[in-house]
Design a protein around this ligand. Structure first.
Ligand code: NDP
Length: 238
């Protein structure tokens, strides 16, 4: 059955691959974008809604538009995220709070709004995109790692709070994936990372999307509060 799916940051990178995986399976997929050409995304069959998840009003407007066109969101993938890497000594409070505001509080905003319809439907699937770094740590990424670790506590608390309503909350923790985010690294940084990954390579975006789609499928009906690593073995199950 075709479901109403929302993928935040579905306009590029991992989010776009996730959106494609749901659309290919026949779901109605809405994606948020800030940059890029919405017409291009609409051509691919997505409902593209402009939304910055740091702004509660824009989140509200996005949901209204999706509800009008696709009905209440039944599957939410909270994927949008940013990095602002800096060693602690040089990290400003703004570097810290802006990353938290997108990755963690932004996820809170979209999850809270989706919960309204899911509660009414007594059914829902939420998947949050964390990172191996949230559980493993990384020098220069204290802000990012804190935000991604925060998603685990957030998801697990909601899994307990809303399990009786048949709403599941799971986390996917990717390792290093070939996207704009990691293309910003130097060749040397990339080689060092690959050397630590048992599978010896970066992930392709489709490999992350496959895990997300599974968690939102009927096959995962008894999985909630889980953190699924898709990291080539880097975190060894962390
Ligand atoms: P990209 O940098 O390629 O894309 C980031 C996405 O997030 C874009 O769609 C961007 O939208 C969106 N976004 C950022 N800030 C906001 C905001 N305030 N409001 C709405 N949308 C926003 O990243 P990836 O595809 O690599 O990453 C996707 C997710 O996966 C992120 O949460 C990231 O932390 C996580 N991740 C990535 C890994 C990797 O190796 N690439 C590894 C582990 C986790 P716009 O285009 O408008 O800027």
């Amino acid at each position: 059955m075709s479901r109403s799916v929302l993928v935040t940051g579905g306009n590029r990178g991992i989010g776009l691959a996730i959106a494609r995986a749901f659309a290919d399976a026949g779901d109605q997929v809405a994606i948020t974008y800030r940059s890029g050409d919405p017409a291009e995304l609409e051509k691919q069959g997505f409902l593209a809604v402009k939304c910055d998840i740091t702004d509660g009003e824009q989140v509200e407007q996005a949901y209204k538009e999706i509800e009008e066109k696709h009905g209440p969101v039944e599957v939410l993938v909270a994927n949008a995220g940013v990095t602002k890497d800096q060693l602690l000594m040089r990290m400003t409070e703004e570097d810290f709070t802006s990353v938290l505001d997108t990755n963690l509080t932004g996820t809170f905003r979209v999850v809270k709004r989706a919960n309204r319809g899911m509660l009414r439907a007594k059914k829902g699937r939420v998947v949050m995109i964390s990172s191996v770094v949230g559980l493993y740590g990384a020098p220069g990424q204290a802000n990012y790692a804190a935000s991604k670790a925060g998603l685990v506590g957030f998801a697990r608390s909601l899994a307990r709070e809303l399990g009786s309503r048949d709403i599941t909350f799971n986390v996917v923790a990717p390792g290093f994936v070939d996207t704009d985010m990691t293309r910003a690294l130097t060749d040397e940084q990339r080689a060092n990372i690959v050397a630590q990954v048992p599978l010896g390579r970066y992930a392709q975006v489709e490999e992350i999307a496959a895990a997300v789609r599974f968690l939102a499928s009927d096959d995962a009906s008894y999985i909630t509060g889980a953190v699924i690593p898709v990291d080539g073995g880097l975190g060894m199950g962390h």
